[in-house]
Design a protein around this ligand. Structure first.
Ligand SMILES: [Zn+2]
Length: 970
């Protein structure tokens, strides 16, 4: 690297360079942070192979600890061997983790071991390779003047590793075998070939160099943090970031635009915390897992006194009124209202509603919230209010659990028995409804009650005046600093306990959320989990709370609330202080918190994501991940699975794909399979067709299996080719002359669905990601690159034209232009039906031309460019919305979408496709129609535009992120 004038770090090795031990936990933690920092452009790992050596399988050497059938380690090992195995595994796992972190920031990585190493038989290692390093090269030692029967394998995340590949042309036995042989001083001969020959080293350096900055400096790994900026670099403000606290609030309220009305209170509380050292106590209690308040009433009293001073309350009765709490709910509503008024909060009037009890919107409209999104459309059908007679099976089957939970709710004052039953209910209330009680049993969570109010008609009669919005993982990623710095972050996570239960229902509406258990009728006094209004009314409380917290904090920080889960992050040094200010406010307002779930740490779990602010990484919460793996294996185990299981799995994967976005388009087959019993079209051979005819009853329902997976027993035949089938007689009208017949059928039982090959492949791909052990992404988003990029496509029945251009700020630009006739299109796109009109797939060609823009931009930026985010323009709204959603069920669009997303991943360019009116897209339109590019003679055309498209589809088969068409094995 030095010879190429590129910067590099000292190797991390016990033998050369700095004496650094990867097995040392603190060293490893520091290396993780380095690799995740974005400072490493290329990283290569060649972890020791001795424990994986095949030579040890022969007699004479040290006994093997791994074998071909047990590459992850033999079963019965001596204590010494077990230690050797554990050490070797740990070094390898750590190496792969470090490489994955470098790759997550757009760096080049490769993993090397001898080709014969048992490492390549380890299923976890192969899962890791399939996920992270799909490009492999083997290098023959003989090609580098080492006369030995030996070769190295390099697994890399970039195709340029192919430039090092070489083979040995000599016959087997030509080179002396080294394995198992020792030199005169007793050292294994293979040891001597552990070092790369000079010619190979220079080849490898030239692969890495495009990814590494120029410079002569060789940096020390021990002192790497000196390369970091001292202060955190926050992203430039770019519009509002959803924080769950209404349209007038944003996740990172900095620089503050509002007056500092709570400044006096903040100063008083900070001084008190620092003087007393209580902030340290609160910080440590938050980590203790204790359910008790982090401050006792006595410890809190002086803070309340500060608050009284700040508010200038002299009269004791006024103060007592501010501290008072209404029956049936816990908040100090008067005090909270007073602080909100002081901040001129736009939703301050909501406190009147909270005091009177919230309306359920039946018979009268729910008051509008001024800072929430406009409402969704009301339900098309309004069901009449009803008194349901029973409960759901989940509640009936677990009567004892339900009984004890109900007792707790009665004791808490949230529900009440109606002793006089339905008659009393109808006598007391104008509107009444009785829903069905259910019990939610989820692994890893305590059981909880839910009242289904959709069956009682309450839900459809409730029209909410606003839509609430919750923050997503993307909103967090948009608010973290753009790079690591010496000034680190710490996150605060807090959770409001039983949030919905804290809001009283107004007395007139208490006949509406009712349910039965064991012959008794109950009514809800407070809102419950399951009512449509609950999330709306809680969202208004959450908004008021978050906006007040932000006004009070005012320092540089970011904060969100997702329903009742609060996340905030602060600079490390002052985090205990600011977390304590939050805690003190919550205690003063008497907001009931699940203190035992609170955390103040650089590593937290929030709404199912595990975030690490030391390395700025995020992954799925490990407990969620293991449940996901179990479900995926369960679904995969039998090809026909309950629709509910597949729906659950698809939902979980959809959630996970908000992190691994490039995988999202591949969920399409899972969605398709959920509806595999709504009419399906199957190609059937004439022989099978005869078998079908012989085995259907008079209603065309299949009685016995004929070995067609898509037409199982119970299916009804609907149509063959153009012939609609109504009875058995219609079968005679079908002439089975063609090579295959297209049979449409459906199966009435939708409870079980058939898993397609594509779905199985998709599920295995996710399992690979989970098994790789490196299922992490960086929280840090790539910076925005400004460029001008337009593409367009046009098509008629038999040909397609595509064109587009990319122009950078410095004036460099490229365009492409291509006309493809139907035979070429059929060769490129194998899903394309041969009898189709190409015009009917215009959105697909529009999206394909957007994908071609990726190649142009990548070429302009150069091979080793840093990851970036940019905006392309399209005038086709179907292509634009598919790229935005990442999912399409349309034939063609879903296939090209996968390529488009895979390319973004492998070229390290993330794209947002923006819509432009056709009239503004005239240059790209002209290119796609084959016009010469007169207006811009300076534009350079990409050598052969068709290679761009062809490469597009080569990428599908070779790309790391898809692995759908072929699963490569070594
Ligand atoms: Zn050779």
């Amino acid at each position: 690297m030095v010879a190429l004038g590129r910067m590099c770090f000292q190797p991390v090795d016990l033998l050369s360079g700095e004496h650094i031990d990867l097995l040392h936990d603190d060293t490893f933690a520091s290396l993780r942070r380095l690799c995740a920092s974005g400072l490493v452009g290329a990283a290569a790992a060649a972890p020791p192979c001795s424990a994986f050596s095949r030579a040890r399988l022969r007699p004479g050497g040290p006994p093997p600890i791994r074998t071909i059938s047990h590459p992850r380690g033999k079963d019965c090992l001596s204590p010494n061997q077990a230690t050797e195995l554990a050490t070797s595994s740990l070094i390898h796992i750590r190496c792969r983790e470090l490489l994955a972190l470098v790759a997550a920031r757009g760096g080049l990585i490769w993993l090397e071991n001898p080709t014969s190493s048992l490492l390549w038989l380890d299923s976890q290692v192969m899962a890791w390779c399939r996920t992270h390093t799909p490009f492999a090269s083997a290098v023959a030692a003989c090609a580098h003047s080492v006369p030995a029967h030996k070769s190295w394998t390099f697994m890399c995340n970039h195709e340029s590793i192919s430039s090092v590949a070489s083979t040995c042309a000599h016959p087997l036995g030509f080179h002396p075998a080294l394995s198992g042989k020792r030199s005169s001083d007793g050292i294994f001969l293979t040891r001597q070939t552990a070092q790369y020959p000079g010619s190979l080293a220079s080849l490898l350096a030239s692969v890495a160099s495009p990814f590494v900055d120029e410079g002569q400096a060789g940096h020390s790994v021990r002192a790497w943090t000196s390369l970091l900026p001292t202060a955190a670099c926050w992203p430039p403000p770019s519009g509002r970031v959803e924080d769950g606290a209404g349209l007038c609030s944003s996740a990172t309220p900095f620089p503050p635009t509002q007056s500092d009305v709570l400044g006096g209170l903040r100063k008083a509380w900070c001084k008190r915390l620092l003087d007393s050292g209580l902030h340290q106590q609160i910080a440590s209690r938050l980590l203790s897992g204790s359910k008790t308040n982090p401050l006792s009433e006595a410890e809190l009293a002086p803070f309340l006194a500060d608050l009284r001073d700040f508010l200038h309350v002299e009269s004791e009765s006024t103060w007592q009124s501010l501290l008072s709490v209404l029956d049936g709910q816990p908040f100090r509503l008067n005090l909270w209202h007073c602080l909100s008024l002081l901040c001129s909060d736009p939703d301050s009037d909501y406190f009147h509603v909270l005091r009177e009890g919230v309306p359920l919107g039946i018979g009268s409209a729910i008051p509008v919230c001024p800072v929430m999104h406009p409402p969704a459309a009301p339900d098309a059908v309004r069901l009449p209010l009803e008194h349901c007679e029973s409960a759901w099976k989940s509640a009936l089957d677990n009567a004892d659990v339900v009984e004890s939970l109900l007792k707790g709710e009665v004791d808490a004052g949230w529900i009440r028995e109606v002793p006089g039953g339905d008659a009393e209910l109808r006598r007391l209330y104008q509107y009444t409804a009785v829903g069905k009680l259910g019990l939610v049993l989820a692994p890893g969570r305590p059981p909880r009650l839910v009242v289904d109010s959709s069956v009682s008609g309450v839900t459809s009669n409730t029209h909410l005046p606003n839509r609430s919005a919750n923050p997503s993982l993307m909103d967090v990623r948009r608010s973290v600093p753009i790079s690591d710095s010496l000034d680190q972050l710490v996150a605060l996570v807090l959770d409001v306990a039983k949030a919905h239960r804290r809001m009283l229902i107004r007395p007139a509406d208490r006949g509406l959320l009712c349910f039965r258990h064991a012959g008794r009728l109950y009514q809800c006094i407070t809102l419950n989990f399951g009512a449509r209004v609950s999330s709306f009314f809680w969202a208004r409380c959450a908004g008021l709370l978050m906006r007040l917290l932000k006004r009070l904090l005012r320092v540089r920080h970011s904060s969100w609330i997702y329903v009742d889960d609060i996340l905030a992050f602060f600079n490390r040094l002052s985090a205990p202080l600011w977390a304590s200010v939050v805690v003190v406010l919550l205690l003063c307002l008497k907001i009931p918190m699940s203190w035992h779930k609170g955390t103040l740490s650089p590593s937290v779990v929030w709404i199912g994501w595990q975030m690490d602010f030391e390395c700025f990484t995020v992954r799925l919460d490990p407990s969620k991940l293991s449940r996901l793996i179990a479900l995926a294996n369960q679904v995969l185990n039998s090809r026909s699975c309950p629709v509910r299981d597949l729906e659950r799995l698809t939902g979980k994967l959809l959630w996970l794909s908000s992190l691994f976005r490039c995988f999202r388009p591949s969920l399409a087959p899972l969605y398709a399979d959920q509806h595999s019993y709504t009419p399906v079209l199957t190609a059937v051979s004439p022989e099978k067709w005869q078998a079908l005819c012989d085995n259907v009853d008079s209603h065309l329902v299949l009685l016995r299996s004929v070995g067609i997976a898509a037409i199982p027993v119970g299916s009804k035949l609907l149509r063959v080719g153009q012939t609609t089938l109504t009875c058995r007689r219609d079968l005679c009208r079908v002439t089975p002359e063609q090579r295959r017949l297209w049979v449409q059928s459906s199966c009435p039982s939708r409870s079980v669905c058939q898993l397609s090959d594509s779905s199985c492949q998709v599920i295995r791909m996710w399992l690979d990601l989970a098994a790789s052990g490196s299922d992490v992404r960086s929280l840090i988003l790539p910076p925005r690159l400004e460029c001008t990029a337009f593409a367009d496509a046009c098509a008629d029945a038999s040909s397609v034209g595509m064109g587009g251009f990319v122009r950078l700020h410095d004036g460099r630009q490229l365009f492409f232009q291509t006309q493809l006739a139907k035979p070429q299109m059929l060769r490129l796109f194998q899903w394309l039906p041969s009898d189709c009109s190409l015009q009917s797939y215009i959105a697909t060609w529009e999206l394909a031309s957007q994908a071609a823009l990726l190649f142009l931009l990548h070429r302009l930026l150069g091979d080793g460019h840093l990851p970036c985010h940019t905006v392309f323009r399209s005038d086709n709204s179907a292509a634009e919305s598919a790229s935005w959603k990442g999912l399409s069920m349309a034939l063609g669009l879903c296939s090209v979408l996968r390529v488009f997303f895979a390319l973004q991943e492998s070229l390290r360019i993330s794209v947002h496709v923006d819509h432009v009116p056709g009239i503004s897209n005239d240059i790209a339109d002209g290119l796609s129609r084959g016009h010469a590019c007169r207006s811009d003679r300076s534009q350079k055309e990409v050598r052969s535009p068709r290679t761009a498209l062809q490469r597009l589809f080569e990428e599908v088969s070779s790309s790391a992120v898809l692995l759908l068409s072929e699963r490569r094995e070594l």
